[in-house]
Design a protein around this ligand. Structure first.
Ligand SMILES: Cc1ncc(COP(=O)(O)O)c(C=O)c1O
Length: 376
């Protein structure tokens, strides 16, 4: 069996799980490792504590490897929102963002504006289809704009932004700040066209919460003041007392305190597993699963709001049924786990989603389509 087949074999959640864009059931290797690390933390031996402490550097290394960047520029964060806070609070100038972004981008930007007395100012865009395209960004650029903050893959529609094209529109000097929560580990792309990339391990990486990370390019570090810098982010190498050292020159400046080594261990294992399986192979399999979901919805006459082109999507399919509440209930009754929000039903398969789950979806959407005709 290939490493990729081994990886597929590790998906052991109950059939019916199609909610990877919300939470990824934790993988067996992450579960095993966290038990082992927790045992080590329980015996009090300095060597055991040091061993678990090594998880922090391991996580930085493997995240950097997958991003194609320097490990020293990668920070571990409690969440991706924490990473975005570090990125957005220290900017001077206007930052373009869509009002339809996940609030980790939009709310954080607004809070940064308030906290900085509007040294950072949001420049909101509301594209008709919610898609942050190069044209939508180009239309609002002027000399005051210093950055764009964007989700690589939109959490609602599943639209995948073209990072290279956004970089072209921004030019070399403006910052491109990317929320890669819905793409890291399942989409192969050149993240180095960005200046800051944040993500986390609790969805597609199957590593549980507390596993955020943020990468800051040298250009980002020049332009983003480390406003939220804490005790781990200084020029001092150890504990300091009776002095107040300056923020570190490297990416540590964008950290507050010591990361949780158990979370770092989970992140390290989650990222290692996708790296070993191969992100390109995972992307290909996720695309095929999404093809199957779209084909099923089409066959049963349920509208699909997500992009159909593989290059414009990742693992999210937004269905727009005529009666979303009734479809949500039908899916839940069938044991299918999805996200139902407003008029949309978000279906998110992963590479290891099994045929049984897709067949159950087919059956449920089919029965739903027929039921629609039984009007009393
Ligand atoms: C695009 C996007 N960004 C950020 C988040 C929140 O991430 P965190 O919980 O790590 O702050 C989510 C969660 O669903 C998301 O979908």
């Amino acid at each position: 069996m290939s490493t990729f087949d081994d990886y597929l074999g590790t998906f052991d959640a109950d059939p019916g799980y199609l909610n990877w864009a919300a939470f990824g059931p934790v993988s067996p290797s992450v579960r095993a490792e966290v038990f082992a690390d927790a045992d080590l933390l329980g015996n009090g031996r300095p060597s055991s504590l040091a061993l678990v402490g090594e998880r922090i550097a391991q996580a930085q290394d493997v995240v950097a490897d997958l991003l194609g960047v320097q490990a020293a520029d990668v920070t571990l964060q409690p969440s991706s929102t924490h990473g975005l806070m570090h990125a957005l609070y220290g900017i001077t100038g206007a930052v373009v963002a869509s009002t339809a972004e996940f609030p980790s981008v939009s709310l954080t930007l607004e809070r940064a504006a308030t906290a900085s007395d509007r040294t950072v100012t949001p420049r909101w865009i509301t594209p008709d289809d919610g898609r942050v395209t190069p044209d939508a960004v180009a239309a609002i650029l002027d000399d005051d704009v210093v950055a764009l903050a964007v989700s690589h893959v939109d959490f609602r529609t599943g639209y995948r932004a073209d990072l290279a094209a956004l970089r072209d529109v921004l030019g070399p000097d403006r910052l491109l700040i990317v929320d890669a929560v819905q793409s890291f580990g399942v989409i192969e792309t050149d993240y180095t066209v960005a200046d800051a990339v944040v993500g986390h391990g609790y969805k597609w990486l199957r590593a549980g919460r507390g596993t955020g990370f943020a990468w800051f390019s040298p250009q980002a570090r020049e332009r983003i003041a480390p406003v939220l810098s804490g005790i781990t982010g200084t020029t001092a190498s150890g504990l300091f007392v009776d002095e107040l050292p300056a923020p570190a020159a490297d990416a540590r400046a964008y950290t507050v305190s010591m990361p949780d080594p158990l979370a770092a261990g989970r992140l390290a294992i989650g990222v290692r597993d996708v790296r070993d399986a191969g992100v390109a192979a995972i992307e290909e399999r996720v695309a095929a699963q999404v093809d199957a979901v779209i084909e099923t919805a089409d066959r049963h006459g349920i509208a699909v709001a997500s992009p159909r082109e593989r290059s414009e999507r990742a693992g999210i399919v937004a269905l727009a049924p005529e009666d979303p509440a009734r479809l949500a209930a039908a899916l839940a009754n069938a044991g299918l786990v999805v996200t139902a929000r407003g008029g949309s039903i978000r279906v998110a398969p992963h590479a290891g989603t099994d045929a049984e789950t897709l067949a159950l979806l087919d059956e449920t959407l089919g029965a739903f389509g027929k039921e629609s005709f039984i009007v009393p």
